[in-house]
Design a protein around this ligand. Sequence first.
Ligand code: MG
Length: 387
Amino acid sequence: MRRISILGSTGSVGRSTLAVVDAFPDELSVAGLAAGGNVELLAEQVHRYQPELVSVRTREDATRLRGMIPAKTEIVCGADGACDVASLASADAVIAAIVGAAGIPPVHAALRAGKRVGIANKEVLVAAGDVMTRTAHEHGGEILPVDSEHNAVHQALRCGTHPEVERIILTASGGPFLRRELSTFDDITIDAALAHPTWKMGNKISIDSATMMNKGLEVIEAHHLFGQPAEKIDILIHPQSIVHSMVEFVDGSIIAQLSTTDMKFPVQYALLYPERVPAPFGRLDLAKIRTLDFLPVDPERFPAVGLAYQACRTGGSMPAVLNAANEIAVERFLAGELPFTAIVDIVRRVLDRHAGSVAAIGTVDDALHWDRWARNEARGIDVAVRR
Ligand code: MG
């Protein structure tokens, strides 16, 4: 029996993780849950999975939750509470699905406690990848990618050694605006940007998919996870999202991973690796799908991709700044403060301002420092919304 903790249990990946627990009752059980403000759903989860420890965002939420769940489940709160859940002694593995930079301290705590961490929160690796991989190495922790592309790459890499890798090929759906007329990008509404064609996801990642910043962040994530330079990580648009990513080896062989588009696949892989077990999450019928399309990325349509490659090559604090500026720009777009195209403009301007002061990221505090700096910069940039 593997005991697991979930950071972000009420979100989309968190709920998929609990569905995986349901599917493998003999293999998996829940030790701890951390959630944000959705106290009602968290209370339901506690009744069903009986964790020993849960964490919520605020003291008020903790008080409310206390009245809703049995006394045997301990309740903690805030950033420290999430770290307590992440490093819980009785847990073997942690699924990290807290959105954004808030996931950095708890993932670090989990790795320092020697846990296996299934990382669905790519921002953690983008902003503090060097710290996370080093901490895992020093404390016997282990990072398994839950992001579907990196999970696919992890599987494909089992076919060869590190020096045998020619390049990693991350596939991208292209999002909702792959074929939209470029001259109309300023008129993109929030609802249109949230309507992802193949994956059901949270709001932040849906907008990142529409700008393709998501894929840019994934290039940086792949760089840290697999120890490859930006030059050996390519992006290929694949609108069907059936091939989740590929690895090309030096002999010209390309190994791809295919499955239905369901986060339960990468979650169960990360939790049960290196075993493969019969899973009930759907099968592909390739004879029905018949066609798999691939096309290159248009850099004019998706300028976010170029910015991310540039940040990856620069390294140090630049990816943390990219990530934080993007988080704020997306937040401002979702609040109706910005036109769609201004998301990338804001990120570019913050990167330009940072170019002269790029620093090494040696600790979690370094990452959080530059994260805060970039957030402030991104908040302060004035952009007029055209109505
Ligand atoms: Mg992904």
